[in-house]
Structure formats: C-alpha cells, structure tokens
Design a binder for this molecule. Structure first.
Ligand SMILES: Cc1ncc(COP(=O)(O)O)c(C=O)c1O
Length: 349
C-alpha cells in the first residue's frame, strides 16, 4: 500500500492530539439529557457567546445541527432556498425532506459566492394557495464545494435586510465559519448577528473528533433540544467530547491561517503549471477545488492517480477535485503534495 504523504481528503480526518485527549480524560461530566454535564453546558454557552446568540446546543454532527436549525424555521410543505452546491441540500441525503417535510429550491452561484439578489428574487412569500411559501434562506460560510469561498459580510447583511421585512428566516451553515473569521478578521458575532440560527463544527479544521453546536435564541434552542432527543441525539456523559471542543477553541482557531497559506501555495503552483485550473486569488481559506480537465483528466481519475502517489483528495465532480488543509498537513506535506499534483497536471492523462 502507498504511504500517504499528504491526506487532503477533508479537514475531518484529523486525529485528536495527546493534549486534546488529556483534556478529554480530565473533563468533569454529568448526564447531559438532564442538563447536568458542566463541560457541555459551558461549551454551549461559550459558542453562543462567541456568535452573539443567547443559547447553544451540542450535537454529534454538523448535519444534525443544520437539520435541527432548518426544521425550527420551516413548517412541512414550506420551502427553504439555498445555493445549489449547499451542503444542506447536496450532502445531507435529503434530510430536510425526509425528516421535516420541507421542499427546497436552489440558485446557481459562481463558486458558492453569495449574491443576495439570487435568493431575494427566488423567494415567494405571498403565493396564496398556489405557490410554496419560502420560510428560510440557508447560507454556507465558508462554502465547501464552492472551494472554501468566504461570503462577504455586506452581501449577507443585504440579504438580511431583504428577508427580515417579509418574515423569511436565515440559517447559517457555519461548519467552517472559523476559517472565514480568521481569513477576514470579521468577528464571529458580526456574522452571527445576521442569522436566526448558526451551526458551527468543532470536528473540521479545529481538529476535535466529534461535535457541532447550533446557536440561536433561548426559545429556539429549547425547541431544538426536544427535537435532538426525538432524533435520538440525546447524549449522556458527553462532556468528554465537549472537552475536545473547548480545547479546539482555545488552541486551534488562529492556526487556521497556516492551512490557508498552504492551500494558497498549492493553488499558485497549479495555476502556474495549468492556467485556468484554479484562480489563486479565490483560494483564501483551507479548501481548493481544482479543475483538471485542461490536462485531460476527469476528477475521479485524477483523485485515483494522486491517491496512488500518496496524496488523498476528493473528486467533486467529473471536472474537478477538492483538496483540504488541516492540522495534520504541514509545510513538508504540502511541498510533497505540490510535487505530486503539479506532476500529474504536467503529465496529463
Ligand atoms: C459546509 C458543511 N456543512 C455541514 C457539514 C456536515 O458536518 P458533519 O459531517 O459533521 O455532519 C459539512 C461536512 O463536511 C460541511 O462541509
């Protein structure tokens, strides 16, 4: 078997460090279904505070946090609108429809970048008995399949200004909001202020093994807590996992800038070898989506060839592959990956 020189498959592949494991082992715990786990309670309050919301709810996954958020805002038979590449719509296996009877419509973006006019012109709030009512707009920041795209705060605010007067709610899939915050310096609470609910992941670039947090008003989070239990997501002495989240918040936010610099370095190298395969100016966080068709590759073939040479990555479609930087890929790993990836681009299929 080929030795992995850089695992760029996802920022979810990180393993907890000995220090994080030590923090987990020492965490005070209690029965969280009864609200008695002090480490979980502290984590929920901490993340809510960071995002400027009243309350938080610890969930096992980002998908659960998103789907709880979505169902708080949309009644069965109503719709949510989102970008066609949004994780909520594309990679949560139809959960909004399957669990909550929600329909959805999409707009097509340029690399995941939000243009507020698109959702604003898609929304229907006065459709009477003929047209589905739009209850929610979902925004993803950073945008995963768009290539780690950062949503401009001004554009989010413009969307909020258009949705508020007509009673359309907004949910932020902020699985990688930390990356947007580090790349731009925009406070987490400034993003948080634009949304009714926000989900953030601790298990992506921050390196925790498990966990997301949904934040919102006290009333919304009380309701989400009931639905989490109903979905089978009530957990017991889960402070062990929440402790990893605390550790991640303390130690792993600022260092995301290193991941961003490495992704950008790879983007520049690829653009030099194959102009048009990626625009390095747009690679501002830890994700790079590379169009490999100019070298005659398909996404799946390129990913297979790179993996055989020790660089794991994810084929995002027929034309492209996705590479993601994280705690376990350093400068040397990035150099090795650059050699493999640019070598394949030069060689062609
Ligand atoms: C943007 C985004 N939202 C949500 C999720 C879901 O997270 P989880 O895998 O923990 O369900 C992911 C996972 O990759 C993601 O990239």
């Amino acid at each position: 078997m080929t030795e992995t020189v850089a695992d760029l498959l996802s920022d979810t592949v990180t393993r907890p460090t000995p220090q994080m494991r030590a923090a987990m082992a020492q965490a005070p715990v209690g029965d969280d279904v009864f609200g008695e786990d002090p480490t979980v309670n502290a984590l929920e309050a901490r993340v809510a505070g960071l995002l400027g919301h009243e309350a938080g709810l610890f969930t096992p996954s980002g998908s659960m946090a998103n789907q709880l958020g979505v169902r708080l805002h949309v009644r069965p038979g109503e719709e949510l609108v989102g970008d066609s590449l949004a994780h909520v719509l594309r990679a949560e296996l139809g959960a909004a429809a399957a669990f909550s009877g929600i329909t959805s419509r999409t707009w097509v973006s340029d690399g995941g970048l939000l243009d507020a006019d698109q959702p604003l012109s898609l929304m229907i709030t006065d459709g009477g008995v003929y047209q589905v009512r739009t209850a929610l707009v979902v925004v993803e920041n950073t945008h995963n399949f768009g290539g780690g795209t950062i949503q401009p705060l001004a554009e989010i605010e413009r969307l909020r200004a258009g949705t508020r007067p007509v009673g359309v709610r907004m949910h932020l899939d902020g699985a990688r909001l930390w990356n947007a915050h580090v790349a731009t310096g925009v406070p987490l609470s400034a993003y948080g202020a634009c949304f009714d609910t926000v989900s953030v992941c601790l298990s992506k670039g921050l390196g925790a093994p498990v966990g997301s947090v949904l934040v919102g008003s006290r009333a919304l989070i009380d309701e989400a807590r009931v639905w989490r239990k109903r979905y089978g997501g009530g957990m017991r002495q889960v402070g062990i996992l929440a402790a990893a989240g605390h550790y991640a918040l303390e130690h792993n936010i600022d260092r995301l800038a290193e991941d961003h610099a490495r992704a950008h370095r790879m983007a520049s190298a690829c653009a030099e070898v194959l102009p048009g395969s990626v625009d390095p100016e747009r690679v501002r966080t830890n994700i790079l989506v590379l169009d490999v068709t100019g070298a005659g590759w398909t996404g799946p073939d390129f990913a297979t060839a790179a993996t055989a040479l020790g660089v794991r990555m994810y084929p995002t479609g027929r034309a492209s592959v996705r590479m993601v930087w994280h705690l376990d890929v350093d400068d040397a790993g990035t150099d090795a990956a650059i050699e493999v990836v640019t070598g394949l681009l030069r060689r062609g299929r």
